[in-house]
Design a binder for this molecule. Structure first.
Ligand SMILES: Nc1ncnc2c1ncn2[C@@H]1O[C@H](COP(=O)(O)OP(=O)(O)O)[C@@H](O)[C@H]1O
Ligand SMILES: [Mg+2]
Length: 257
């Protein structure tokens, strides 16, 4: 289980303080797939940053499977966490080939020797890439630079899940893709999450994806969780319900989202 307990966070404390979290609490059960929505600046990425360790809370604690991660260094957390970003250039080494990237990822927490492993892993990766349906199995020796955005995100996803991670963190990982490729990458995401039974937190601006995928949906507004639905309750939630909620917020704020 992942727990964010009593999180407080204010940015720019000295000049112009911007209080984001004032006693934020969130528990995610092992195996849950949570989709996170909310308007710009509501704190979605910051929650992911707190979990991964590139933002530290002012107070509160982050516990993962009973272990206190609050003060643990970012690189150590990444031993058990995989993260895919919105920008397809961030999750991989763009001047290296697909094969080299996959090998690096597979050996994330180990001592490794790229030359030795090169050919022993090739066939295995080809078999992993084929079912993704993006033709990546024929691009093993292409550099990441030569791939489309969708192909890159698929490689990044596969890379995060090649080592023994327990938590997958996705920050709008389909937002930079065209709608059709975005759908494809979402289907690949679902497949990987189900096969590996990964606890997953996915931030998305795509409300259809937020409703169609995962078993829990959370909506953030100005650093507060204002909607949290799981299981059947989530399944029964329609796009209109979510849009109404967005409208209520923007009316309350007196501006648009
Ligand atoms: N590193 C940072 N320094 C200063 N302010 C930040 C930083 N990260 C986030 N913020 C502020 O926190 C708020 C929430 O940001 P963020 O979590 O990125 O929102 P979202 O991902 O929901 O769009 C915003 O007001 C943003 O400006
Ligand atoms: Mg964000």
């Amino acid at each position: 289980m992942l727990e964010l307990n009593h999180i407080y966070k204010t940015f720019n404390k000295n000049k112009n303080p911007n209080e984001l979290f004032n006693d934020l609490n969130l528990k995610v059960d092992t195996g849950e797939f949570v989709t996170v929505i909310g308007s710009n600046g509501s704190g979605k990425s910051t929650i992911l940053n707190l979990i991964c360790g590139n933002t530290l809370p002012d107070s509160g604690e982050i516990i993962f499977n009973g272990k206190d991660l609050t003060k643990e260094k970012e690189y150590k957390r990444y031993r058990q966490i995989g993260r895919v970003f919105q920008n397809p250039a961030l999750g991989n080494c763009s001047n290296m080939t697909v094969l080299e990237n996959l090998m690096l990822a597979e050996n994330k927490n180990k001592a490794w020797n790229l030359k030795k492993m090169k050919d022993s892993s090739r066939e295995k990766f080809v078999e992993m890439l084929k079912p993704l349906g993006l033709g990546l199995e024929n691009k093993m020796d292409s550099t990441i630079n030569d791939l489309s955005g969708g192909q890159r995100q698929a490689v990044s996803l596969l890379m995060t899940t090649l080592s023994d991670i327990e938590l997958l963190v996705l920050d709008e990982h389909t937002a930079a893709l065209d709608p059709k490729t975005g759908e494809k990458v979402m289907q690949i995401t679902k497949k990987i999450v189900e096969e590996r039974n990964l606890t997953t937190i996915m931030v998305t601006h795509n409300l259809e994806h937020a409703l169609a995928y995962g078993n829990r949906i959370i909506m953030l507004h100005e650093g507060e969780i204002i909607l949290d639905l799981s299981g059947e309750e989530k399944e029964n939630t329609k796009m209109d319900d979510i849009l109404n909620l967005f409208n209520q917020i923007s009316i309350r704020r007196g501006n648009s989202i």
